[in-house]
Design a protein around this ligand. Sequence first.
Ligand SMILES: [Zn+2]
Length: 106
Amino acid sequence: MQRIMKNDTVEVISGNDRGKRGRVLQVLPKKDRVLVEGVRYIWRHVRPSQQNPQGGRVQKESPIGASSVLPVCDSCERGVRVSFHGKGANKVRVCSRCGGPIARQD
Ligand SMILES: [Zn+2]
């Protein structure tokens, strides 16, 4: 089970976007990175296509290191470290600060 999952709300704890919060759009486990909505905007230079006949520059999120973000606990209302409880299918993520569950958002 991963510490961070798609659709989690996470808080950025390092880098230029420190303190920002956003929703996880994509988890890239192999690269240990996550794509977070509204975080680390970069300009992408795109060729003209049918969707975008003009081409040109498009602003887009780029992935940041998974260790730079913390899931936000609803009760603590801040980014927290998580621990795991239970085994197998019953394994859940809990907030290591208040012990409350960190629910999966589908
Ligand atoms: Zn908590």
